[in-house]
Design a protein around this ligand. Structure first.
Ligand code: PLP
Length: 454
């Protein structure tokens, strides 16, 4: 198909992230024009169910009048200000108050960023600054996990445990350690039960800490249900044991709630769904339902108190972003949390979760599907070359990407994470729309099966 005018202009003008650029001129970008509810529409007027909430973020869908009004009002009142040098503004204060109220652990202060990457990057500086203030400047290493995704700055790409984010960039940076990925389906030994798997990988975390020396390790970062690594739901007991190990070794537990936060897993926070209490927390994405960019770091008393002391001794915390706490993002964030509360979005997710899980489980019988997993309204479908042996496809075959393209042909946008298809619909989705999403995915899986060569 020849490219439309707008597609040709796109190809001429843009460098797209995470996109096979050598094929883009041929496949053509999908250029979206507008959105309403759970659907988006391309420039040709074709409708797609947005089964990924964009990039796991547009949790309230598109065209929400209340969010639009909140944005307009803030833009006309004060379109920009910042928090440097002790300046302030009402929306930043109000959002911080709301975040403190709904946080899963006691929070002293909120620090704003423009994105999830910046929030996690800030977490590392906070942990270092905190340990300097405590007279433990050597306690600096950060532990992350294989298959984790924490962002794209040099540090957060280092924390990310996916080879594509390290390759060509000489990453990870020194001082970043990766421990086991808690995915039983892919990483269990033959015949190993979930309990045995948890015991083995948490013992391996303990051994890593002992080997490196607890006095050299500042923090452990984890996303409760791992999103971009392939929608991985760790087995029961995993986080409980991890939390014990971290506490015993005076290591901060950084909770990356950039995808999980604000109801996605059936609780306000993924850590509540997965059963742990972090020391500090990063959020972004659904913080504003994606109507403006904003990230936040929730800081506990102990860390903040050390900050004040350090500020007295050596000077201010030399870190902050021009748009951290942007009033537009904060005003929208306040409204988004208000909507989550008054429309009981957590209750909605819980009510839809059984249907979501049942439709996902139905895919287990499909010849292409090796494994499905879900929590709340986020799920993954792992495509395999051989169901019995769990053999993966040769990555060069691009089977996941082919399936995502087949979904588009059926009016559904999903995301291929390698050969795992991620599903993360707006949390306002209706039961019939959720059925339509899975009907289209089933057709796309059949189309993909007809194309694959094993
Ligand atoms: N952390 C997690 C768990 C994410 O999924 C992402 C983005 O997908 C990030 C951090 C980075 O956020 P951003 O893309 O806003 O920098």
């Amino acid at each position: 198909m020849p490219l439309t005018n707008v597609q040709a202009r796109d190809v001429e003008a843009l460098l797209h992230p995470y996109t096979p650029l050598h094929r883009l001129a041929e496949t053509g970008p999908l250029v979206l024009d507008h959105g309403k509810g759970v659907c988006v529409y391309d420039t040709q007027g074709r409708e797609y169910i947005e089964g990924m909430s964009g990039l796991w973020c547009a949790g309230l869908g598109f065209g929400d009048e209340e969010l639009i009004e909140a944005a307009k009002e803030q833009l006309s009142r004060l379109p920009y200000y910042h928090l440097f040098g002790g300046k302030g503004m009402e929306p930043a204060i109000e959002l911080a108050e709301k975040l403190k109220e709904i946080a899963p652990m006691p929070v002293s202060k909120v620090f704003y960023t423009s994105s999830g990457s910046e929030a996690n990057d800030t977490q590392v500086k906070l942990a270092w600054y905190y340990n300097n203030a405590r007279g433990k400047p050597q306690k600096k290493k950060i532990i992350s996990r294989i298959k984790a995704y924490h962002g794209v700055t040099l540090m957060t790409a280092s924390l990310t445990g996916l080879p594509a984010n390290h390759r060509d960039f000489d990453l990870p940076l020194a001082g970043v350690l990766h421990t086991d990925c808690p995915q039983h389906y892919r990483f269990a030994e033959p015949g190993e039960s979930e309990a045995e798997f948890v015991a083995r990988i948490t013992a391996s975390l303990e051994a890593l800490i002992a080997r490196e020396g607890a006095d050299t390790i500042a923090a452990f970062i984890a996303e409760p249900v791992m999103g971009a690594g392939g929608v991985i739901v760790p087995p029961a007991g995993y986080y409980e044991r991890v939390q014990e190990i971290l506490a015993a070794n005076d290591i901060l537990f950084i909770d990356d709630e950039v995808i999980n936060g604000f109801g996605r897993t059936g609780n306000w926070w993924g850590c509540q769904t997965m059963g742990f209490t972090p020391d500090t927390l990063s959020c972004a994405k659904q913080l504003t339902a994606a109507y403006a960019p904003l990230g936040a770091v929730l800081i506990p008393d102990a860390v903040y108190d050390a900050f004040v002391e350090q500020s007295r001794k050596i000077g201010t915390f030399g870190h902050g972003f021009t748009y951290g706490g942007h009033p537009l993002g904060c005003a929208i964030g306040v409204k988004a949390i208000d909507i989550y509360q008054k429309r009981d979005i957590v209750g909605r997710v819980r009510a839809l979760a059984p249907q979501f899980a049942a439709r996902l489980a139905r895919l287990d019988d499909h010849p292409l599907v090796g494994n499905t997993r879900a929590k709340g309204l986020v799920g993954g479908v792992e495509l395999v070359a051989d169901k019995a042996t769990r053999r993966a496809f040769d990555p060069g075959k691009g089977v996941g990407a082919a399936c995502a393209r087949a979904c588009e042909a059926h009016g559904l946008i999903l995301r291929a994470l390698g050969d795992t298809i991620a599903i993360c619909p707006p949390m306002i989705i209706a039961a019939e729309e959720l059925d339509a999403l899975f009907d289209r995915l089933e057709r796309a899986l059949d189309d993909t099966e007809a194309l694959v060569v094993r």
